[in-house]
Ligand binder design. Structure first.
Ligand code: NAD
Ligand code: LMR
Length: 336
């Protein structure tokens, strides 16, 4: 194998999502079966032993694509020469913590990491933020990464997208691959807007298929408003309630799909990703908002020109208002 290895840095690599990510990346699920990888695992000192344990297990898998693994608590070492960065490690919300405290704690992680990426990563670096609050953490990292183009930063809403596809495929009793053009708009939070108004199933509008399945257009509209949208938007909380901790394998799977489609292309379909807004669909510039996106392998671009009716515009505006409030809070902290 003579391809140049890609250096992939994962922060929070000793945590749960890290453990679910590392082995799949090393097996070629993220960058393809012919692409060798070097892994750089960044942890805080308390997490280094867990990451070192994962590194031992990676060696024991004898993956053909895995060239080397380095574990460190030094961002300068972790980001040196990185082509792909997955920012997973973040500060979880503790009991009694206000949202502003959570934003402050995470701005204190993501601003220095953004600056370290700008200083040490490869010229072609691309950065996916997974750690919550993912959209605003990505905005903070992008703002601190002087000289790295904003379009190289994204945040994960692919999990929400895949959750939406999962709910629709169960309701319509179809395989997920028959569904196209589902969209997640907004924030990776309960204000997000899972939108099926452009979606098709086997080439037919999803709404028509739902009406047939559920016994009419009124039933389809109520299912979308009362079941589908809240279920997808609150799925993260449902998983926490049922499992006792937040989603892990599905989140890692979504992160791998996000990077794979960004790097290898979405081909004829769309997916959803949170990108730094350039004003598309009236979303204020600089907010990291989920949009419908495509990639030809050179990075995600927003699918523009879609019609949104008044109800859809109101739902998007509500999620954008939350993103703007988060931006204002981190701005007050001086983090952007
Ligand atoms: P976890 O607590 O198991 O792991 C987090 C790891 O990050 C820990 O090992 C911790 O030591 C490390 N860490 C903390 N601060 C760090 C820093 N400054 N530098 C490097 N490492 C650091 O949590 P997890 O289950 O792996 O989840 C990670 C994050 O992903 C959480 O914020 C979670 O809410 C988020 N998440 C996002 C989505 C999404 O769709 N965007 C889905 C699920 C979970
Ligand atoms: C999820 O969507 O599963 C997570 O973002 C939930 C959380 O708060 O960690």
């Amino acid at each position: 194998m003579d391809a140049t290895p890609v250096t992939v840095t994962i922060t929070g690599a000793g945590g749960q999502i890290g453990y679910a990510l590392l082995f799949r990346i090393a097996a070629g699920d993220m960058l393809g079966p012919d692409q060798p990888v070097r892994l750089r695992l960044l942890e805080i000192p308390q997490g280094v032993r867990a990451a070192e344990g994962a590194a031992l297990e990676l060696q024991d898998c004898a993956f053909a694509l895995l060239q080397d693994v380095e574990v460190t608590d030094d961002p300068a070492v972790a980001f040196a020469g990185a082509n792909r960065v997955l920012l997973v490690g973040s500060r979880p919300r503790a009991a009694g913590m206000e949202r502003a405290d959570l934003l402050a704690a995470n701005a204190g992680i993501f601003a220095p990491q953004g600056a370290a990426i700008a200083q040490h990563a490869a010229a072609d670096v691309r950065v996916l933020t997974v750690g919550n609050p993912a959209n605003t953490n990505a905005m903070v990292a992008a703002a601190a990464a002087a000289g790295v183009p904003a379009e190289r930063f994204s945040a994960l809403t692919r999990l929400d997208h895949d959750r939406a596809v999962g709910q629709l495929s169960a309701a319509l009793q179809v395989t997920p691959t028959t569904l196209q053009a589902v969209i997640i708009w907004g924030n990776h939070s309960s204000t997000q807007f899972p939108d099926v108004s452009h979606a098709t199933v086997a080439g037919r509008p999803v709404f028509d298929a739902l009406a047939e399945q559920l016994g009419g257009t009124d039933a389809a509209a109520s299912w979308l408003d009362d079941v589908f949208i809240p279920r997808v938007a609150r799925r993260g909380a449902e998983i926490i309630e049922v499992r006792g901790s937040s989603s892990v394998a599905s989140a890692a799977n979504a992160a791998i799909s996000h990077v794979r489609d960004e790097a290898l292309g979405t081909h004829s379909g769309w997916t959803s990703a949170a990108l730094v807004s350039r004003g598309e669909y009236g979303v204020p510039e600089g907010l990291v908002c989920s949009f419908p996106v495509t990639s030809d392998g050179s990075g995600y671009r927003v699918v523009e020109g879609l019609e949104l009716d008044d109800r859809a515009r109101a739902r998007l505006a509500a999620s954008v208002a939350e993103l703007a409030a988060e931006r204002d809070a981190v701005r007050e902290l001086g983090a952007i």
